[in-house]
Design a protein around this ligand. Structure first.
Ligand code: SF4
Ligand code: SF4
Length: 222
């Protein structure tokens, strides 16, 4: 991450911050309590989603839910990265991964990368109503099903197509209710519910279009 400073050989080029914000670990919890960042600065990547693994440098399906610093300007560039100055705006309080990352030696990051990573339950008190909502959302919109359903729908499987439309419809509705009736800021939904189904479908080459006949899926390469 840019301005890591603590790591040898870092030229502060910012490339790692542009590739994506840090995944958070339990040692980062004080940063949230102290207000360095809040829930609107975070994004939940749910179990089964494809995510960039900075140690291997490839996309891998997540075996557990993780929380990351969200991107800015519709990209994965860390929300705290300032492109003009190529600087981290929370440098003195940057998360643990940012302090150890050195692209010339990823061993320290590899050592801590999948240890003590936090999830939504670590940030919300036990019994919080949004945990229940998140669990229901998880059941109705499981990311692990997207690739299978997407391939089947692309091959004209009507049931798979309908299942995807139902997921998108439910996901849209729950987000609308959460903001309109639950008064949640829209920017917090990527934390509470994870990325929208439309965003996840886009990662497997499927776009959602709204028309007079309702929702329609458009498949890349078809
Ligand atoms: S760790 Fe590497 S990629 Fe990240 S800012 Fe430093 S030199 Fe650039
Ligand atoms: S918190 Fe700072 S160092 Fe870490 S990814 Fe974001 S901009 Fe880079």
């Amino acid at each position: 991450m840019t301005n890591t400073g603590d790591t040898k050989g870092c030229t502060m080029c910012g490339t790692c911050c542009i590739k994506g914000g840090a995944t958070l670990h339990s040692e980062d919890l004080p940063l949230i309590r102290e207000g360095v960042f809040d829930l609107t600065d975070l994004v939940t990547l749910r179990k089964g989603e494809m995510a960039h693994d900075p140690v291997q440098g490839i996309l891998v399906p997540l075996e557990e839910e993780i929380i990351k610093l969200r991107g800015r300007d519709r990209s994965w560039t860390c929300t705290f990265y300032e492109p003009e100055s190529r600087a981290c705006t929370i440098y003195d309080n940057r998360p643990a991964e940012c302090r150890v990352l050195d692209c010339n030696d990823t061993a320290p990051l590899a050592e801590m990368y999948d240890v003590d990573r936090i999830n939504r339950a670590d940030l919300l008190p036990e019994g919080h109503p949004l945990l229940e909502l998140a669990a229901e959302h998880e059941e109705k919109c499981p990311p692990r099903e997207l690739t299978r359903l997407g391939s089947a729908a692309k091959a004209d499987d009507v049931d798979a197509y309908r299942a995807l439309i139902e997921m998108v419809t439910y996901d849209r509705e729950i987000r609308r209710l959460a903001t309109e009736r639950g008064n949640l800021p829209e920017e917090s939904l990527d934390f509470f519910l994870g990325r929208s189904m439309e965003a996840l479908l886009a990662t497997v080459g499927i776009r959602v279009r709204s028309g007079a006949q309702g929702l329609k899926l458009v498949f890349r390469g078809k």
